[in-house]
Design a binder for this molecule. Structure first.
Ligand SMILES: [Zn+2]
Length: 93
């Protein structure tokens, strides 16, 4: 069976050390199974943008410990923020 989950999951900004990831997208949560976290080995339903099983808190700790790699490789990133393109008011040009 082909699933409809093939749309690219585009990572957004890398949070700075000590900052929290913004993982609001439901694709960060695997409803089907827990897998061992790549960082602490305890089971987690959480997934990074790249599909790595990782606790959000572990990913945040990793970014804090490895800020250079975090920025160089973008291993763990926050979700992209949907742009608020619609501004119903305020067109005073
Ligand atoms: Zn973990």
């Amino acid at each position: 069976m082909t699933t409809a989950r093939r749309t690219p999951f585009v990572p957004g900004l890398i949070p700075g050390p000590g900052s929290l990831l913004d993982w609001r997208d439901s694709r960060h949560f695997d409803h089907w199974q827990d897998k061992p976290c790549v960082l602490c080995d305890k089971p987690t339903p959480m997934r990074s943008h790249a599909g790595e099983a990782v606790h959000k808190a572990c990913a945040e700790d990793w970014i804090t410990d490895n800020p250079t790699e975090a920025r160089a490789f973008g291993r763990f990133a926050s979700d992209t923020r949907p742009k608020t393109s619609k501004s119903p008011v305020g067109d005073h040009a």
